[in-house]
Design a binder for this molecule. Structure first.
Ligand SMILES: [Fe+2]
Length: 178
């Protein structure tokens, strides 16, 4: 997946050929290089994409500015931005308590998107982990529905790219009209 030096948009396009886009947006201003950074890549207003991986799970890409970060080595230890696990509110509380009891450093509960909270910490290999929780979903969190955009919402973001209309149409084809 990360084995080439193609521009981020081309990588997203390749992902969109096999996985469906569910969400495209820029990180809000002030969260990249400012004090509001919550562990996201340290660049202002970079775009990210969420793709449906099946089984109600997502794969995300951040558009890191070309050449600003080293190419990931697939055999490197901890070579990813973070991996997130969506858990029930009860498990979320329990994990936070376990981290505290073991003295493992973690972030406070960070509101990510409407309806979604996350806490972040590092595993022994330096992999950044996130436990995420959708409190209103109770014991049956539904991940895709929490982030699913309408065609118009995704289109508004994709139209800020230097791409042709046919590509945009193919990327939003599976999204709800809403
Ligand atoms: Fe996350």
């Amino acid at each position: 997946m990360e084995g080439s030096r193609e521009a981020p948009t081309q990588k997203a396009a390749h992902s969109g050929e096999v996985l469906s886009l569910v969400h495209a947006m820029k990180v809000p201003p002030g969260l990249g290089t400012g004090p509001g950074n919550r562990g996201n890549p340290p660049y202002e207003e970079i775009r990210h994409y969420f793709f449906d991986m099946g089984n109600d799970s997502l794969m995300a890409f951040f558009e890191i500015p070309e050449g600003e970060e080293p190419q990931s080595n697939r055999n490197a230890i901890g070579g990813m931005q973070h991996v997130s696990f969506v858990v029930t509110p009860e498990r979320f509380d329990e994990i936070e308590k376990r981290l505290d009891e073991r003295g493992i450093d973690h972030t406070p509960r960070i509101p990510q998107l409407p309806g979604l909270l996350g806490i972040y910490f590092y595993d022994p290999n330096g992999i950044r982990l996130e436990m995420a929780c959708q409190p209103e979903d109770g014991d049956a969190p539904v991940v895709i529905d929490c982030v699913l955009q309408t065609k118009a919402q995704a289109r508004a973001e994709l139209e800020t790219l230097d791409v042709d209309e046919a590509w945009i149409e193919s990327m939003v084809a599976a999204l709800p009209d809403g």
